[in-house]
Design a protein around this ligand. Structure first.
Ligand SMILES: [Zn+2]
Length: 82
């Protein structure tokens, strides 16, 4: 989720910008492994909070993901009209 930069410390924002992400907190889940959440920075949308996904622990900006999904759906809808 996109987070207001006012609630993220300057140090974490700088680390996220320079290194790509900064550890935020660990959340215990019903599954075996707890989830680590990170603050990351998107050039277009600013700071966001996400947990590492997949083998490479990729973080994804939710707004960029939403835009990409809408674009794909839009392209599919245009294609179905042909
Ligand atoms: Zn983004």
């Amino acid at each position: 989720m996109i987070v207001d930069k006012k609630i993220v410390s300057l140090r974490k924002r700088l680390v996220a910008r320079i290194c790509g992400s900064a550890f935020a907190f660990t959340k215990n889940t019903s599954e075996k492994d707890p989830l680590n959440y990170y603050i990351a920075h998107c050039q277009k949308h600013g700071c966001y909070l996400d947990h590492a996904r997949g083998y490479y622990g990729k973080l994804t900006c939710p707004e960029c993901l939403k835009e990409r999904t809408e674009r794909i759906l839009h392209e599919e809808n245009e294609g179905s009209n042909l």
